[in-house]
Design a protein around this ligand. Structure first.
Ligand code: PEP
Ligand code: MG
Length: 583
């Protein structure tokens, strides 16, 4: 048995046969049963035949337009297609290691690359580019028959666990989690988007394992224990028995007893607890958990596989609003970047999907403003759905007042258009996420032009501290209790209260009961969190008085380091009220 330690991000323990996903190379590696080996080899041969046709076509077109010399560039690739070290070698790997063809062809490429890297010959390094191009083509043609990871994972018969270098939320969103019981990744930290998703799907998960996807072989029996932050490869009978005894349901005890109605502190102060959701189906979980409303619907999850048009979006928004009415539903406009949109414009979302939660480029509202057709379709769908419930529209990734003004102008234009067409468009509150330090520093200016703020600490922390939340090498520096973060939250709260603006906080910080009490001490009264965290938050808040939390936060805001703050927080809380079930 081998034991790997990482960061447990979603509790519970499960066992299953490993399926390996190397997302950086965009290949899934899984075991092929003896009966299916011939079929796998046939897929490789078909991909080779299709690649040959394509290369011949390209060659002919180039020859007629640019002459034979330019076209001869592709002769090298056509020759390589018959090289015994390429497809025949991949076939050998499929049969010898009983793995899928996609993985085998990637292995062959890795072998080629290693050889090319050893010789510092410029001619040969150019050939490496040709091999990469050809291998990319072979992989693309292999995928023609198994388009999405969901299809691939559905071919897997046995209960499995997914081991990946990294797992993006849109891929996670496509997986059938009844077959895949849990996952472990090399990359990631607690606030990694996929970790957030794992908690809402209630799938045990361990991240930040560095090299699990290299160590674990497909088909090996693996235990993923999200509660102890460990992964066991080929576990002993004892470990396996413990996992099987525990079964699959490992929700924290408090979460099993959801309460209803507003949460209240021991001195009777009401604290609003909303739910963060990723899928319309999560409404039931949110209601069950006793959420007062939806504080954050990450609408970009609608785009997991393709760009969804106005009418389809309208149906989703309408049923969410009606399903939660009269409670408010805050729908955040798409928080995606240009690569993600490009990937979803093609039929194969899986292929180009290279998303990282930490992207700083043309993302969120910035992207929406440069893609008016996308943005307007979403706003139209939202405003048409608005009469069915209590909608609030929220813009993500705002870094300045200009963007907000432009977005509001577009919303007003869409509303005027709909009214002209005879639609009834109610007044819809419009807010912004405060998740970029520039927005926090200009919160007083933004406050004059919006109806509410939502503090997104997941991004705020990473941009304020310059720590990529998906990069496990620096994820230790990702520290919600850094004095800079607490000061920013204080600043935003003050700017909001001067304008009498509602402000909530929807980052992962809110689902940690200890941090939640500090945030209440700082003066926040509205939070939105993963539904599974609501019951515990309610229970912890019931035991504490806001006046004590205010005094605690004053002491904490004078401290210089996150470590000192954490010590003070723990000591204060154990004096005020032991956190009954959070440890
Ligand atoms: C945040 O940044 O805190 C947030 C809630 O948004 P997301 O995690 O979706 O980026
Ligand atoms: Mg964010």
């Amino acid at each position: 048995m081998q034991r790997l330690s990482g960061i447990g991000v979603s509790p519970g323990a499960v066992s299953g046969r490993a399926v390996i996903l190397i997302q950086r190379a965009q290949v899934l590696r899984y075991r092929i049963g003896a009966k299916r080996l011939d079929g796998e080899v046939a897929r490789l041969e078909a991909s080779r035949a299709r690649s040959r046709e394509q290369l011949n076509d390209i060659r002919e077109q180039l020859a007629s337009r640019r002459g034979a010399e330019v076209a001869s560039i592709f002769d090298a690739q056509l020759l390589m297609l018959d090289d015994p070290m390429l497809v025949p070698r991949a076939i050998e790997i499929v049969r010898g290691q009983r793995v899928n063809a996609d993985w085998a062809i990637q292995r062959v490429f890795d072998e080629f690359s290693a050889v090319f890297d050893e010789v510092a010959d410029p001619y040969l390094s150019e050939r490496k580019g040709d091999v990469a191009d050809l291998v990319g083509r072979l992989k693309m043609n292999l995928r023609a028959n198994a388009a999405t990871p969901r299809d691939v994972l559905q071919q897997i018969d046995e209960a499995s666990v997914l081991i990946a270098d990294e797992l993006t939320p849109s891929v996670a969103a496509q997986i059938d989690w009844t077959k895949v019981r849990g996952f472990a990744t090399d990359a990631g930290s607690r606030t990694y988007h996929t970790a957030i998703l794992a908690r809402s799907l209630e799938v045990p998960a361990v991240v930040g394992l560095h090299n699990a996807s290299a160590i674990i072989q497909p088909g090996q029996l693996v235990v993923i224990d999200g509660s102890s932050s460990e992964v066991f490869v080929e576990p002993t009978a004892d470990v396996l028995e413990r996992v099987n005894r525990q079964g699959h349901d490992h929700r924290p005890a408090a979460a099993a007893e959801p309460g209803q109605g507003p949460a209240t502190t021991a001195d009777g102060v009401r604290i609003r607890l909303d739910a963060n959701i990723e899928f319309p189906d999560d409404l039931a979980a949110a209601r069950y958990a006793g959420a007062e409303g939806i504080g954050l619907y990450r609408s970009e999850f609608l785009l997991a596989t393709s760009l969804v048009g106005e009418d389809e979006q309208y149906e989703v928004y309408k049923s969410m609003l009606a399903g939660m009415a009269p409670a408010a539903v805050t729908i955040r406009t798409f928080d995606v970047d240009e690569d993600q949109v490009a990937a979803r414009s093609t039929s194969d979302a899986w292929d180009a999907d290279r998303e990282r939660a930490s992207r700083q480029g043309l993302r969120g509202l910035r992207l929406s403003l440069t893609r008016p057709e996308l943005f307007e379709a979403q706003i139209r769908a939202l405003l048409r759905a608005a009469p069915h419930g209590q909608l609030r529209i929220m813009f993500p990734f705002v870094s300045g007042v200009e963007q907000l003004r432009e977005a509001r102008r577009m919303v007003a234009a869409v509303a005027a258009d709909l009214t002209r067409q005879g639609e009834r468009v109610p007044d819809v509150p419009v807010g912004v996420m405060i998740e970029i330090p520039a927005a926090a520093y200009t919160a007083d200016l933004l406050a004059r032009e919006v109806d509410f703020f939502t503090i997104g600490t997941n991004d705020l922390i990473q941009y304020c501290l310059a720590v990529d939340r998906a990069d496990e090498r620096v994820s230790g520096l990702y520290e919600p209790l850094h004095p800079a973060i607490l000061r920013m939250i204080v600043m935003v709260r003050r700017s909001a209260s001067r304008q009498r603006l509602p402000v909530s906080l929807c980052g992962e910080m809110a689902s940690d009961p200890a941090l939640l009490t500090l945030l209440v001490g700082i003066g926040l009264r509205e939070f939105s969190m993963t539904p599974g965290a609501i019951a515990m938050a309610r229970q912890v808040l019931a035991d504490v008085k806001t006046e004590d939390l205010r005094a605690m936060s004053r002491r904490i805001l004078r401290l210089s380091t996150a470590t000192e703050i954490e010590q003070e927080l723990t000591a204060s809380l154990s004096r005020l009220a032991p956190l009954r079930s959070s440890q």
